[in-house]
Design a binder for this molecule. Structure first.
Ligand SMILES: [Zn+2]
Ligand SMILES: [Zn+2]
Ligand SMILES: [Zn+2]
Ligand SMILES: [Zn+2]
Ligand SMILES: [Zn+2]
Ligand SMILES: [Zn+2]
Ligand SMILES: [Zn+2]
Ligand SMILES: [Zn+2]
Length: 144
């Protein structure tokens, strides 16, 4: 890797194997901090990940993480416990959003959401926390 930045008038022959010509907006990661599995992905409208409201900004649910694109890198966020998202046990919660015997986990069809020190699942606009034979209701999430 050379530190040279190609550009108009740089005098280089661009026949070598770049595959394309670099330029403004080509969105290559030119060597700065790369988050896991983020080499070629920029979160944004229509990126394919579910976007949720977190405080005054938008985050993206990505492989069980809450990702916040920030200044060329990605921050890992977690929803705060408290307010409208308590980490309480609600044994009587029975919203009927899924079968009683549904087991939340990787690939269960619900997006995993980091909440405090645990992981919840996004079910019809609120957080389900698997707890024994029931799901706790950890409050609403605004899906964008
Ligand atoms: Zn994305
Ligand atoms: Zn956030
Ligand atoms: Zn991400
Ligand atoms: Zn519970
Ligand atoms: Zn529910
Ligand atoms: Zn599930
Ligand atoms: Zn929770
Ligand atoms: Zn559930």
């Amino acid at each position: 890797m050379s530190s040279h930045v190609h550009g108009p008038g740089c005098g280089h022959d661009h026949d070598h194997d770049h595959g394309h010509a670099h330029g403004p907006g080509c969105d290559h990661d030119h060597g700065h901090h790369a988050h896991h599995e983020h080499a070629d992905h920029a979160h944004g409208a229509g990126c394919g990940h579910r976007a949720i409201q977190h405080g005054d900004h938008t985050d993206y649910l990505h492989d069980g993480h809450l990702h916040h694109p920030h200044d060329g890198h990605v921050d890992d966020h977690s929803l705060e416990v408290g307010g409208s998202n308590p980490a309480a046990c609600t044994p009587d919660h029975a919203c009927g959003a899924h079968e009683d015997n549904h087991t939340h986990g990787a690939g269960c069809g619900h997006d995993a959401v980091p909440h405090g020190d645990h992981t919840d699942y996004l079910v019809f606009g609120h957080l389900h926390h698997p707890h024994g034979a029931h799901c706790d209701d950890h409050g609403p999430v605004v899906v964008r």
